[in-house]
Design a protein around this ligand. Structure first.
Ligand code: ASP
Length: 345
């Protein structure tokens, strides 16, 4: 089999950071610094090309324009490479992975996001293994010469996850990510053990990319004692087209008439409200408890088992690319690229 070609898309993140000698703060640095620290890159059994997305950034500065640039790179180079590795800060990696998965529907090649908790120049860095194994996964083909992974994924600390199922859960542990509601796609040990039954395989005949994202969205985390009044400007259709509510447990909110009225008026004015759980795993089940029945009645959508990252980027994507509210509502509650579990009743 011929050697695979992998495109490394460098955006920044801790992996390539160095310490500012004056302040001691970590600052993003260019790719040459990173490759100097990993001489093994030249021995990898894949042809590598590197492209940097402008100035490297801390992923706190990530935004939909850069998501579009990354997706555009993949589309432009799709025929030339067998796989893609995106080097990215871990802080917002789950958002980028989710956004890319929606933008790059129909993809039949791997897009693996990775990064690290410690910079590549530090002796205990996790960056080397993360990068080298990500490249190996991105280069891997089956006996029919097809990519093993054909979706957007995150590789971090020996685990490969579906990107739009992940959340960053630790600012400290090397195991920084979880996929609370979906199986791991692979685990790396002595060999990489792929869990092929968990893979997403598109039914689309070819890459169907859409890049527009609408940022007129908001996120509200419910807490006991919140004041409806404080959220008035969030439920204002002139400014905000959709609100994702992070509710308690299986989708519950306080039984607050004023709050229900505000949501009802907002939905009647054309707003979209999506209910996801603030629990770190599990699904919303609207109507299971009396405290969510009203939400269902006034037209709040169930975000099922979407993570916050997958929900917020999904509604940005749907608002950006679809005009009919019925389409957005339907697509929001169904799986586009394996980001939510569709329960059959
Ligand atoms: N602040 C860094 C970033 O997200 C953290 C990391 O890369 O782990 O860019």
């Amino acid at each position: 089999m011929k050697q695979s070609k992998v495109l490394l898309i460098y955006t920044g993140g801790t992996i390539g950071m160095i310490e500012d000698p004056e302040t001691g703060a970590l600052t993003a640095f260019d790719f040459d610094h990173l490759s100097d620290q990993i001489p093994e890159l030249s021995r990898i059994n894949a042809e590598l090309k590197v492209v940097s997305m402008g100035m490297p950034i801390d992923s706190s500065d990530m935004n939909p324009m850069i998501w579009q640039d990354i997706a555009q790179q993949v589309v432009d180079q799709y025929e030339l490479f067998d796989g893609f590795v995106v080097l990215h800060g871990s802080d917002t990696m789950a958002f980028t992975a989710s956004a890319l998965s929606y933008m790059l529907q129909g993809i039949k090649k791997p897009v693996i996001l990775t990064g690290s908790q410690l910079p590549i120049g530090t002796i205990r860095t996790d960056g080397k293994e993360n990068l080298i194994t990500s490249i190996e996964i991105a280069a891997s083909k089956d006996k029919n010469d097809e990519s093993i992974i054909q979706e957007v994924a995150i590789y971090f600390e020996y685990s490969l996850y579906r990107g739009n199922r992940t959340s960053k859960v630790s600012a400290h542990a090397f195991e920084a990510f979880v996929s609370p509601n979906y199986l791991e796609l692979a685990v790396a040990g002595v060999d990489i053990k792929y869990n092929s039954s968990a893979f997403y395989k598109t039914t689309l005949p070819e890459l169907d990319y859409k890049f527009k994202m609408d940022d007129r969205v908001a996120l509200m985390k419910i807490f006991p004692g919140f004041s409806t009044h404080v959220y008035k400007s969030m439920f204002d259709i002139e400014k905000v087209k959709a609100v994702v509510i992070e509710s308690f447990g299986a989708g519950n909110v306080p039984n607050n008439t004023e709050f229900f009225k505000m949501i009802k008026n907002y939905i009647e004015a054309g707003g979209i409200v999506i209910n996801i759980t603030q629990c770190s795993s599990g699904s919303v089940s609207l109507g299971k408890y009396a405290n969510s029945t009203m939400l269902k009645e006034i037209g709040v959508l169930s975000g099922e088992d979407l993570t916050t990252e997958a929900a917020i980027t999904k509604i940005m994507f749907l608002l950006g690319n679809y005009t009919q509210t019925e389409d957005i509502n339907r697509l929001m509650q169904s799986s586009l690229v394996g980001e939510l579990t569709e329960y059959t009743l």
